[in-house]
Design a protein around this ligand. Structure first.
Ligand SMILES: Cc1cc2nc3c(=O)[nH]c(=O)nc-3n(C[C@H](O)[C@H](O)[C@H](O)COP(=O)(O)OP(=O)(O)OC[C@H]3O[C@@H](n4cnc5c(N)ncnc54)[C@H](O)[C@@H]3O)c2cc1C
Length: 387
């Protein structure tokens, strides 16, 4: 294998490129970056960078010299098409990149509301440009309405509150972050935000955005009322960046469909938020939008691409998923997979004390463990998920 192209310069793409070098690949290696800048990390964007405690540059994975040292050629541009037969990626400007091996790591983009997204004052948060726009809006606006109470919406709520804004969060589900942490911990998340002065409106849907003269004026709710707003963050999830693969012949459903080795086709692997794979552990197809998963997938995709070329055994991708969220002084860490229906028990500490470990079980079998300001303790429970 002489030439490898990695498309997508996020956590998964950078991890894949570095792993290829670490595994001894010495051929030509190109990392196609969709953004016109050095690759950067996303979790700090809704935390330190939004708060202003980090300069945006601090979120970059590596300085430019690192990529030169490793022989990783950064090409800035958007992949536009993939030709599996010719083994070529075409960029939007027509530039063609031939490959022997390909890793797809194009991530996701924010989902938007069906109407009103173009109104001035409406924001999403995915990249550095978004965080700069949001910070300017914070400086001008006294209040913000956040549509969507997932971890992103709640992290932004915490930052906006810390910066002195009036904050309302609205979501149709009964508790914030219910899909990620279940109803009991979701209620604790709501309580923390309410104690900080955030208005948490759960259990009510958003019917649209209201604007005047091209500028947002409010968020219309399903009950017919309107929350006035000059700044709105829409944080209602994300969709995989797969349009450029249309017509390529790759199976694309909820993301690029890979087998348990992250292989999408011969010599083609996918990693990170864009990739779904068949999990041996959970015996189903999964797609995970978490930071640690992106790095781990990048590493495994790189290893398996080289193993396929060498004719050696491929390694199944079989992690226990992990994510964290920081809100005010609360650090939430979740290992495993939980659904809102899981039985939950508090194993240590109490919700009232603001320090606890919760175990989630499905039919009595440990499925996930959550630490709330309990980083050291939660690790001890993680091994129960491996049985
Ligand atoms: C604000 C924010 C905060 C987060 N906080 C946490 C957290 O606290 N904990 C946690 O576990 N996870 C968190 N996440 C999730 C985590 O950051 C992601 O799971 C991770 O970044 C995924 O990495 P990725 O490389 O798969 O995708 P991305 O980081 O999205 O990178 C994909 C790259 O591909 C590029 N691209 C897209 N289309 C094309 C194309 N056609 N051609 C070329 N390039 C293209 C994009 O520009 C992007 O640079 C957060 C995410 C966000 C947005």
């Amino acid at each position: 294998m002489d030439t490898i192209v990695v498309v997508g310069g996020g956590a998964a793409g950078v991890a894949a490129a570095e792993a290829l070098r670490a595994q001894g690949f010495t051929g030509s290696l190109t990392l196609v970056c969709g953004e016109p800048e050095l690759p950067y990390d996303r979790p700090p964007l809704s935390k330190q960078v939004l708060l202003g405690t980090w300069e945006p540059d601090r979120a970059r994975f590596r300085p430019a010299a690192h990529y030169i040292d490793k022989g990783i050629r950064l090409v800035h541009g958007l992949a536009h098409a993939l030709d599996l037969t010719e083994r070529a990626v075409e960029l939007a400007d027509g530039y063609q990149l031939r490959y022997d091996g390909l890793i797809i790591a194009t991530g996701v983009r924010p989902r938007v509301l069906p109407a009103g997204h173009d109104l001035a004052g409406v924001h999403v948060l995915r990249g550095l440009a978004d965080v700069a726009a949001l910070r300017s809006a914070f400086a001008a606006a006294g209040r913000i309405v956040i549509v969507g109470a997932g971890f992103l919406g709640m992290e932004v709520a915490a930052c906006a509150r810390a910066l002195g804004l009036e904050v309302t969060v609205v979501d149709p589900l009964p508790q914030p972050m219910i899909r990620q942490v279940g109803p009991l911990v979701g209620a604790a998340v709501a309580d923390v935000h309410r104690s900080q002065g955030v208005v948490v409106r759960t259990g009510i849907g958003v019917s649209g955005l209201v604007g005047a003269d091209g500028v947002v004026a409010g968020v219309a709710l399903a009950d017919g009322s309107v929350l006035p707003a000059s700044c709105v963050l829409v944080a209602i999830g994300a969709v995989p960046e797969t349009e450029w693969l249309a017509g390529s012949g790759l199976a694309v459903g909820n993301g690029v469909e890979c087998d348990e080795f992250l292989r999408a086709a011969s010599g083609v692997y996918a990693a990170g938020d864009v990739a779904s794979w068949v999990s041996p552990r959970y015996r189903r197809r999964m797609r995970v939008e978490h930071r640690m998963n992106a790095t781990e997938m990048g590493g495994t995709a790189a290893k398996n691409l080289l193993a396929e070329a060498a004719g050696t055994d491929l390694e199944p991708f079989d992690p226990v998923p992990y994510f964290w969220s920081d809100q005010y002084k609360v650090k939430i860490q979740v290992h495993g997979e939980l659904s809102a229906e899981a039985e939950v028990t508090i194993e240590e500490g109490t919700v009232a004390d603001g320090k606890f470990v919760a175990m989630f079980r499905h039919d009595g079998v440990p499925a996930a463990v959550l630490g709330w300001n309990s980083a050291a303790r939660v690790i001890g429970y993680r091994k129960q998920l491996l049985g």
